[in-house]
Design a protein around this ligand. Structure first.
Ligand SMILES: [Cu+2]
Length: 154
């Protein structure tokens, strides 16, 4: 009997530290504004290591007809990656093959460059390190206002 109780106690104690198998994925939908260079979601929160399904929608009835993408970057790296995207204009393939994604080790996850009427869902595992992870659109000129923050909170 004592052995059984000990076993039960051990399982109860272990349970909270087991990996979060089957934990719900965070599903986030972000829509680009039809007129301004803005996302409708400025902030969302996920847990460290959580599966994230992030959908970016560029509305078919966009008034400004701008392409948009979304990149999640390392904490504090919004401006560095944004400036790199402005510099990308010098490369004729930047807006086509490269989806307006600059070459940078500060980029963690990204979508393609989406035209009006397109949407894409990217799936990734949230960083283990808690912090504020900026997301930006790197179509040149957008990032300074077309941005938000993915908060990773335990
Ligand atoms: Cu944009």
């Amino acid at each position: 009997m004592k052995t059984i109780l000990t076993t039960i106690t051990a399982i109860a104690l272990l349970a909270p530290v087991l990996p979060a198998i089957g934990e719900d994925a965070a599903e986030v939908k972000i829509t680009a504004d039809k007129t301004q260079f803005l996302y409708d979601v400025k902030e969302f929160t996920v847990k460290p290591g959580q599966t994230v399904k992030l959908t970016l929608i560029n509305p078919a009835d966009s008034v400004n007809r701008q392409p948009h993408n979304i990149l999640i970057v390392k904490p504090g790296k919004k401006d560095v990656v944004g400036m790199a995207s402005n510099a990308g204009l010098a490369d004729p393939t930047f807006l086509t093959e490269k989806n307006a994604i600059p070459e940078s080790e500060d980029i963690l996850f990204h979508s393609k460059l989406l035209q009006p009427g397109e949407e894409e869902t990217i799936e990734f595992t949230a960083p283990e390190e808690p912090g504020d992870y900026p997301y930006i659109c790197t179509y040149p000129g957008h990032w300074a206002i077309m941005n938000g923050v993915m908060k990773v909170v335990k």
